[in-house]
Design a protein around this ligand. Structure first.
Ligand code: HEC
Length: 323
């Protein structure tokens, strides 16, 4: 089921919920007034009316909430309840409680409604059968139960609404979880693809033309450094934190540069000052596989054991000991 109207119905869930919530907050007042005021019977009818509209409104709210949850994939397409697969899924956990509280409110509300109805009926019976004194006594006793249930009703939906507010506007916990998820996603992208190393041409080139690099397999190489580190690099200082350098290479198959792309070497100064290395060689020619331990494609990142050799030449400060 989909369509613009249904979408609107689903996304307006935060608006719908205020109708039943507001009515339920008014309910105990109207019940309490009916215990005392002159127009007792009128207030009882009003209470019943408030309760029944609140109950009907809650059904609309719940259905729109279900559609909304499915629309934003917190609930699976045919599902009714979110699945919490890991402790980090704070929104799903909150939605579970939110749904339970909403349904608890509906059950409590139903009892409240039945109690109001029943006491109205008993009220009428009492009117014909008992003395005025007994009538008033029965009146009050029989209205205490719905009053009690109306408070429970507010409690359930108040809790439900509080969670709903947090899910919509966020609080410290959800914001932290969102930031952590964002960080993890960024790290994941880098884990699968050596994106920054591949984008070396967007950095500042150190040489205008390739140089021979004995240290890196005697290939033709060019060095590229982030704008944040190029000045320090040129005067031989360690790269500032966050800066990195890439050494792009070409295989020198026939003594001329530019025959075949070779591996990318990357060296980065992390935010905490540690130096991290990366090595990316998407297609290792058969004759060169001894260098990668037989692998036909290599992507290694610190703290991989395979990058130990890099650290031997590049000191902890990150500078290569020039031969
Ligand atoms: C034998 C010593 C040696 C080894 C091993 C070595 N490097 Fe280097 N590296 C150098 C030297 C020397 C330079 C300076 C450019 C040149 O002469 O090739 C350099 C330059 C670089 C640069 C360019 C920025 C800079 O620091 O000048 C990067 C990036 C780099 N190396 C990464 C690596 C990575 C990653 C590894 C491991 C896979 C590695 N290197 C292994 C010696 C080494």
């Amino acid at each position: 089921m989909s369509g613009p109207l249904l979408d609107l119905f689903a996304t307006e869930h935060p608006a719908f919920v205020h109708v039943p919530l507001g009515l339920v907050i008014a309910l105990p007042f109207s019940i309490a007034i009916s215990l005392k005021a002159k127009h007792t019977h009128a207030w009882k009818i009003a209470s019943f009316f408030i309760a029944i509209v609140a109950f009907a409104g809650s059904i609309v709210a719940i259905i729109s909430g279900l559609f909304w949850g499915r629309q934003i994939s917190l609930i699976s397409p045919g599902g009714y309840f979110p699945v919490v697969a890991s402790g980090k899924q704070i929104l799903q956990k909150m939605l579970q409680l939110h749904e339970i509280a909403a349904l608890a409110g509906v059950v409590v509300g139903f009892f409240c409604l039945v109690l109001i109805w029943r006491s109205m009926k008993e009220d009428n019976d009492a009117r014909v059968s008992t003395s005025p004194f007994h009538r008033r006594l029965a009146d009050r006793a029989v209205w205490l139960a719905p009053l009690f249930f109306s408070f429970l009703w507010i409690g359930a939906w108040g809790f439900c609404g509080k969670l709903g507010g947090i899910m919509v506007f966020g609080n410290e916990e959800t914001n932290k979880a969102a930031a952590a998820a964002d960080q993890a996603r960024k790290k994941d992208v880098e884990a699968d693809l050596p994106i920054r190393a591949l984008d070396y041409a967007s950095l500042e080139p150190v040489q205008a033309a390739p140089i021979r690099s004995k240290a890196h397999g005697n290939r033709w190489a060019r060095i590229w450094v982030t704008a944040s580190g190029i000045d320090d690099y040129k005067v031989g200082k360690p790269l500032p934190s966050g800066a990195y350098a890439v050494l792009s290479t070409v295989e020198d198959a026939r003594g001329k540069p530019g025959q075949e792309p070779g591996p990318l070497f990357m060296r980065e100064t992390l935010a905490d000052g540690r130096v991290s290395f990366a090595f990316y060689w998407p297609r290792v020619p058969e004759a060169r596989r001894a260098e990668t331990g037989g692998e036909d494609s290599a992507y290694w990142r610190s703290p991989s054991e395979k990058l130990k050799a890099c650290a031997v030449c590049h000191t902890t400060a990150g500078l290569a000991a020039k031969p």
